[in-house]
Design a binder for this molecule. Structure first.
Ligand SMILES: [Zn+2]
Length: 666
């Protein structure tokens, strides 16, 4: 029987819980005419593309103010002016799930261009198109009728979209996946920015986002559910008198751009009345260009029947093993079209495509429940096309994993003690995520996530002193340019170019994940880590791909072979970590004893615990490039209203000495 040892998190209940929460069944009206007062106070006729309702709210101090909302899913915002306490109660969502083992090529990295250790070679993110047109910040309204009609036409076309019109395929030409033709999209973004600027915003940005999610769930050989959902809209973020304001809408037209831009300014002005610290942004060049996830097979073009039959085949292969009580399998496809523009002239377009899948076998005997999942707990995810799903070969691995689940039922409980442990990438990725990824988020350090996500033990004084976070083998980067990572993109949601930022270098704490607002407070520039969960949320500092760099010398297998006495732990099963990310406990699906360099006896219900910096200081071996794989989770929770982020982790596997194990009993 599985015992939840998490504290403060509500783990996703099984794989089926990972189905995307898409916006399903929204009414759309394309041809109506309505009259509405625009944000600029003008009345004009305009084609109505969507019936929608913009809503906005702000959190200032501990008060919730502003215009509010019929339901939170359609719009929401908050001004993060050092708010600490606030109403809790949103369902906590944390990550469960890791990615695949296919990216043996390692991460693509590019160093920051300023005051950073010369850690990583220079490199542009993959698939950057050049030729972006630079757009001057607009100060003039566009009332050109033909353009209005073109906008209506283009957005209407989106409603009739077939994957072939906007979907990706092999060798897609950069720009082929644009949300709407750039000149037309610019009308909308410039209108919102212009309105905000005219009403007093010193800075404004707008994101227009369309998101498509597809999911398939299979349980014990039967299809449990298939869902395809889409949502789109835009959000405007403004700075007025040093305070943030945000508003969003799912109605994509120029009058609504006026209204929402004006509303964001009103929210900012209200926020400014309770401002503790005026926002100052670090400088960056205007962002321009396009970025697309490189894919081979467009997952949205693969016939649904193929995807279902692939998944059912894997699920049934796991279920055919004697002793398996039930199986669960999932597939998800995710695509996001994202246009960003800002008053500094930035204009970028991105198309991000990601897929994930998993098969899970559960064995039950009496009150004993054991689980094995392939490729990892929660699922394997990558920024890739369906070729990644095929490469995982779920059906080919299902039987072996199912047999392990059954074998665990009769395996002995891992006895307590202090042991040498080798962490498989499927466990190391979550260790990295929880004990390095989260505490190096600078908004947590400043307390702005204290009421929900928590704070951090990695305070700025530790950055100054070069705190010894781990052994000299431990080097960790936040790398938004890594191939296949769920946190890989061209620019973040503030228009900061993707980059690789060292967090820990040879054991020393050297950097934070930060934003344009937070980085200057510790004398840095933004790490490019701001991302929002859709068009109706403000961006927060989110992990990109927080990865542990491989160390040349030994592969993970060679590390095992060089271990005389220890344990090999794989696949996370549950975890607990305190708000400051200092004390942790993890349980794994499976443990093998290592004797004389060989993996042998199985143990069930393995757990280990430690103090973050003591644990990482005990690291005495790290796998080399041959063991480096890109994993990831689509379910990292943070923020209020709750946001989930899709983050990647490149990990090589590593060995740690003198670790307390066997702390869980059930
Ligand atoms: Zn997380």
């Amino acid at each position: 029987m599985e015992v939840q040892i998490e504290r403060g998190f509500e783990p996703v209940a099984g794989l089926l819980g990972l189905a995307p929460q898409a916006d399903l069944g929204r009414d759309v009206e394309q041809d109506g005419q309505i009259r509405r007062e625009s944000g600029g106070g003008q009345i004009r006729d305009r084609p109505q593309l969507r019936q929608g309702e913009a809503r906005a709210e702000a959190l200032v101090g501990e008060r919730r103010i502003g215009v509010s909302r019929a339901h939170e899913d359609l719009a929401g915002s908050k001004c993060r002016a050092d708010h600490l306490g606030d109403e809790l109660g949103a369902r906590r969502v944390e990550e469960q799930g890791v990615g695949p083992r296919l990216d043996a090529g390692g991460a693509v990295r590019r160093a920051r261009e300023h005051d950073r250790p010369d850690l990583l070679p220079e490199r542009r993110p993959a698939r950057f198109a050049s030729e972006p047109r630079s757009v001057a910040a607009s100060t003039q309204r566009v009332h050109e009728t033909p353009r209005l009609e073109r906008l209506a036409s283009a957005l209407g076309a989106l409603e009739r979209d077939e994957p072939s019109r906007h979907g990706a395929s092999v060798g897609i030409a950069p720009g082929a996946l644009c949300y709407a033709p750039a000149p037309i999209m610019r009308d909308l973004t410039e209108r919102a920015l212009d309105t905000a600027a005219q009403l007093g915003a010193t800075y404004a940005d707008v994101r227009v986002i369309r998101r498509r999610d597809e999911s398939i769930a299979v349980k014990s050989g039967r299809v449990e559910g298939v869902a395809l959902g889409e949502t789109d809209g835009f959000g405007v973020r403004v700075l007025v008198d040093g305070a943030w304001g945000f508003a969003a809408s799912d109605t994509l037209d120029l009058a609504e751009a006026d209204r929402v831009g004006a509303l964001a300014v009103r929210v900012a002005k209200a926020s400014a009345t309770a401002l503790r610290r005026p926002v100052e942004l670090d400088g960056r060049p205007p962002a321009t260009g396009t970025y697309e996830t490189p894919i081979v097979e467009d997952p949205f073009k693969i016939p649904l029947e193929t995807k279902i039959s692939d998944l059912v085949a894997a699920d049934r292969a796991a279920g055919a093993v004697k002793g398996v009580a039930f199986t669960e399998s999932i597939y998800t496809g995710h695509r996001e079209w994202k246009t960003f523009a800002a008053t500094d002239g930035s204009f970028t377009e991105q198309v991000l495509t990601q897929v994930g899948t998993a098969v899970e076998a559960n064995a039950i005997e009496g009150d004993e429940h054991q689980r094995r999942s392939y490729p990892d707990a929660g699922g394997g995810y990558q920024a890739a096309g369906y070729e990644y799903i095929r490469g995982l070969d779920l059906a080919g691995h299902a039987e072996q994993y199912a047999e392990q689940a059954v074998a665990l039922l009769s395996a002995p409980q891992l006895p307590p003690g202090r042991r040498t442990i080798v962490l498989d990438p499927s466990m190391l990725y979550l260790q990295l995520h929880e004990s390095c990824g989260h505490p190096t988020e600078l908004d947590r350090v400043f307390g702005t996530e204290a009421s929900y996500a928590g704070t951090s033990f990695l305070t700025p004084d530790k950055l100054e002193e070069g705190f010894q976070y781990g052994s000299d083998l431990v080097t960790i980067v936040a790398d938004a340019t890594a191939a296949g990572g769920l946190g890989t993109f061209g620019w973040d949601d503030e228009g900061v170019e993707a980059q690789a930022v060292p967090l820990v270098q040879n054991g020393r704490f050297v950097g934070y994940q930060s934003s344009r607002e937070t980085a200057p407070r510790v004398g840095l520039r933004s790490s490019g880590g701001m991302r929002a969960d859709g068009w109706n949320r403000i961006p927060l500092i989110r992990m990109t791909n927080v990865s542990m760099l491989p160390v040349p010398g030994m592969s993970l297998d060679e590390i095992v072979a060089a271990t005389d006495d220890g344990l090999y732990l794989a696949n996370n099963r549950s975890w607990s970590i305190d708000d400051r990310r200092l004390n942790f406990q993890f349980a794994t699906e499976i443990a093998w004893e290592i004797k004389g360099g060989k993996k042998g006896k199985l143990y069930k219900n393995a757990t280990y615990t430690g103090i973050t910096y003591e644990f990482w200081r005990s690291c005495d071996a790290v796998g080399d490039e041959r063991s480096f794989v890109m994993l990831g989770t689509p379910n990292c929770g943070k923020g209020e209203p709750s946001q989930t982020a899709r983050v990647g982790h490149g990990v090589p596997g590593a060995r740690f000495r003198n670790v307390q194990v066997g702390v869980g009993k059930w």
